[in-house]
Write a protein that binds this ligand. Structure first.
Ligand code: ME8
Length: 654
């Protein structure tokens, strides 16, 4: 079989995942899209494609601006501190992206300005006034009729009445073309999403969208009207072309080579932006449209979408640390049928590791390699086939074609099922041929052939597992003394005529499910506390926005005390932060505060301040900050809140 492309005629494949909001709390749900994309990217590379796999971070918007403000740092400092973490996550999960784009990258900012200007010059962006609803967490504009019970239809949270001068994009002009794209081509998959888009959005009437904001600053400034910043979704979607060097004026080499995208991959909640607004923007820019948008389902946890704001996240770093990248990749890729939601449970994760990875796959490879070594010192040659071999050989030969078909339809779950079907067949083949009986009966030639047939099946399995579980695929091939092949050529029985195999350690250790569940429960309660903190923070922001009342009990949950500043210094490489050493009664505390622009360290020493004592400690620039001091601010002015006359440190503020 020679399905791979020759080097000289390499076809391109451009694949993207969403660029993530730097939330600082990455969960297993986030990993799904990127691992899914990685399996496709690796498979395509193996098929000889020149793959460009793009991912990155979406760093502008009101949400980030507010969070940075609460953390007492600039938005850029805030996002800089989080981007490293997501890169670490992708590296922990062996994600082989080609490029990581940040929407704060200079080239992207400039290109977005040019794109906006181009749309304006063309008359597809015009100035008017926006009056309607805005959901800050989703950074989405809504009309009254789109709200569900008066709330954001995407996240169910309160929306804010917004009235601003705004630029608008003429989405309505492109409605007929977008409708055609969705209904007459297979641009959007799965099919069910097409109905959702057409019924809920297009046929409900596509209105022009507000594409600039004036009520906050953290975004790409509109070049020709500096009070406006570009709407975060226009900024974010543009990353798919700016990453290739598009700047609204010139075509770059990468743009010529890789655009249009072959696949935009994401979960269902942002399909609307990718299948309606994005194609319309591209039409307005006179650029070719992406070939495919796939909107997968959600990873659910306890029936709900796993999400930071719902406090039901599962920490991928913890799971990776305990079970390894491949176990997690395998679980994610196997758990979600195409387009549907999949429920995460720790039991299901551990059971899959034990039964499919450790028992079925691990035992097959370990047993076979052990017998190879024991009976033939690892040296095997192709022999004469018998009738017993026919079924497994046929399956071995058919596997690549079947996996390719699923992967061409972007269905890794089904592809893995096919691979594991051959794993099952190989295990049954051992039971059927009974090598231990062949040994006793001195049927050496037959025994060698049986082990050869198994080893060939294992080779094909090992190669085809590489895109999904790369470390495991490599270990399997290493036990056959083979390097990962550069192409998929030769994935048929008999292609390798002789072997010199080596025994290998267990691919996956057997887990004690009960013990692991207990451990995970303990670890989860730790992260639940953290999630509560995030939820409280978000709630606080919503309350602020709505001017809601709190009860006296709410107020007294905050423990406020007078504290004396006994030492103070600047925090390295952070121009807004001071590190304070505070005496609170008998206790000494360290607090990091964003007041460096208003007070010098020298001025601070000796001052009495009001400290929020029961705030959960948090890490800021490598320093554990144990509380927060109160200030009053007005515009650019900021002053400390202090007791009016002398009172001892540790005195309660009530
Ligand atoms: O929406 N199950 O970023 P985001 C499956 N910045 N996938 C999940 C998931 C879950 N429980 N939770 C998150 C944004 N995801 C924008 C995108 S693109 C131009 C801008 C994945 O950080 C899924 O792919 O909220 C989803 O679409 C993406 O994370 C959204 O991530």
């Amino acid at each position: 079989m020679t399905n791979s492309k020759k080097k000289t005629e390499k076809e391109k494949f451009y694949l993207t995942t969403p660029i993530y909001y730097p939330s600082g709390k990455w969960h297993l749900g986030h990993c799904y899209t990127t691992v899914y994309g990685d399996a496709i990217a690796r498979f395509k590379r193996m098929e000889g494609y020149d793959v460009f796999y793009l991912t990155g971070t979406d760093e502008h918007g009101q949400k980030i601006e507010k969070r940075a403000e609460s953390a007492g740092v600039s938005p850029k400092e805030f996002v800089d501190g989080l981007v490293g973490e997501i890169k670490e996550l992708w590296s922990a999960l062996n994600v082989s992206y080609t490029k990581f784009i940040r929407t704060t990258d200079d080239y992207h900012v400039k290109a977005v300005q040019k794109i906006f200007k181009k749309l304006y010059d063309k008359g597809d962006v015009y100035k008017s006034k926006y009056k309607g609803k805005y959901c800050t967490p989703c950074e989405s504009f809504w009309t009254e009729s789109q709200l569900v019970d008066g709330k954001c239809p995407d996240c169910g949270r309160e929306v804010q009445e917004t009235e601003e001068e705004s630029y608008f994009f003429k989405l309505s002009k492109y409605a007929p073309q977008v409708r055609k794209l969705l209904t007459e081509t297979d641009f959007l998959q799965p099919e069910s999403r097409v109905n959702e888009m057409v019924n809920n959005f297009i046929d409900a009437g596509l209105e022009d969208v507000a594409v600039s904001r004036t009520s906050f600053k953290w975004g790409v400034p509109v070049e020709f009207d500096k009070g406006h910043i570009v709407y975060v979704w226009v900024d974010a979607l543009s990353n798919y072309i700016t990453a290739l060097g598009y700047n609204g004026e010139k075509e770059s080499a990468d743009m010529k080579r890789f655009w249009p995208a072959d696949l935009h991959l994401m979960a269902k909640e942002i399909v609307r932006f990718h299948s309606i607004i994005w194609p319309a923007m591209l039409m307005a820019l006179d650029l070719p449209l992406p070939k495919k948008v796939v909107g997968h389902g959600w990873l659910l946890f306890g029936g709900d979408k796993m999400s930071k704001s719902k406090g039901n996240v599962v920490d991928p770093f913890i799971l990776k640390e305990r079970y390894g990248a491949d176990a997690l990749r395998y679980y994610l890729l196997r758990a979600m049928p195409f387009g549907a939601d999949g429920a995460y449970t720790s039991e299901a994760l551990l059971t899959r590791i034990n039964s499919e990875l450790c028992n079925d796959l691990g035992n097959l490879v370990r047993r076979t390699m052990k017998m190879n070594e024991q009976y033939f010192a690892g040296k095997l040659h192709k022999g004469k086939e018998s009738e017993e071999d026919a079924a497994i050989i046929a399956k071995t030969n058919a596997l690549y074609g079947a996996v390719k078909q699923d992967m061409d339809a972007y269905r890794p779950q089904q592809a893995l099922e096919k691979i594991f079907d051959l794993v099952g067949t190989a295990n049954k083949y051992i039971d059927l041929t009974k090598p231990w009986v062949l040994v006793k009966e001195n049927k050496t030639a037959r025994l060698e052939q049986v082990l050869y047939v198994l080893t060939e099946a294992i080779r094909v399995i090992g190669v085809l597992l590489l895109p999904f579980v790369p470390e495991t695929g490599e270990k399997i091939l290493a036990s056959l003394k083979l390097a990962p092949p550069e192409t998929n050529d030769g994935l048929i029985y008999g292609n390798v005529k002789s072997y010199e195999t080596v025994a290998l350690d267990a691919l996956f250790p057997r887990l004690n499910v009960e013990k692991e569940l207990e451990e995970l429960e303990k670890l989860a309660s730790g992260s639940k506390a953290e999630n509560e903190e995030v939820k409280t923070e978000e709630k606080k922001q919503v309350n602020e926005q709505e001017n809601e009342y709190i009860t006296i009990d709410d107020f007294f949950r905050t423990k406020l005390k007078v504290a004396e500043v006994v030492a103070c210094e600047k925090v390295e490489k952070a121009d807004k932060l001071l590190k304070l050493t505070l005496k609170v009664g008998e206790e000494t505390r360290t607090v990091v505060s964003g007041i460096a622009k208003h007070y010098t360290p020298e001025e601070m020493v000796g001052k009495r301040v009001v400290l929020v004592c029961n705030l959960k400690p948090r890490n800021m620039r490598g320093i554990t900050s144990e509380g927060m001091i109160l200030c009053a601010s007005e515009g650019d002015k900021l002053v400390l809140v202090s007791p009016e006359t002398a009172i001892g440190s540790g005195a309660e503020v009530c």
